[in-house]
Design a protein around this ligand. Sequence first.
Ligand SMILES: C[S@@+](CC[C@H](N)C(=O)[O-])C[C@H]1O[C@@H](n2cnc3c(N)ncnc32)[C@H](O)[C@@H]1O
Length: 178
Amino acid sequence: MARRVRRLFRGGRIVDLGGGHGLLAQVMLLLDDSSSEALVVDRTLPASSAKLHEVLVETWPRLSGRVAFVASPLEDVEIAATDVVVSSHACGALTDRVLDRAVAARARVAVLPCCHDLSTGLATGGGSALAGWVDGAVAIDIMRAVRLEQHGYRIWTQIIPADITPKNRLLLGAPVSP
Ligand SMILES: C[S@@+](CC[C@H](N)C(=O)[O-])C[C@H]1O[C@@H](n2cnc3c(N)ncnc32)[C@H](O)[C@@H]1O
């Protein structure tokens, strides 16, 4: 995911929402130094996230001082239009909250959804009419992509290799205008 996002989005602060250990944000910094810093936000940071960061810094000292970790709901962090918002496997409707936060800030965004909740996701996201043609989880993601376009975003839809993860539909968006 980091590699795919970096092919399209350079520069700006990386904001990894529901980031867990923040590996995605850190790999994005390692792949491309065009971003000076990253913010990893998770309601409950894993106990090992600090240790993992230390180990990464030992191997790649240029990560030092560039990654901040915040234990907070993603709703409570400030997002700027210059940020690149990323979120890997934000379960169910959490992906929608990530997209909402990015759209409100007019920030670039990339999500790799998982754990689609078919009972509420189709009803609230408006994809139920598509469920006769496509798998319910696909319908939910199609509606997410369409909503991003309706908000004035250029979108990209990609698949990452299933041997990395079977939850592998990657949706990227960048605002066409501020
Ligand atoms: C499936 S994990 C994904 C973690 C990481 N992004 C990854 O790909 O390994 C989802 C994460 O979202 C976090 N989370 C759930 N609700 C959240 C919220 N409202 N705000 C911030 N983080 C949240 C959880 O604590 C969990 O770490």
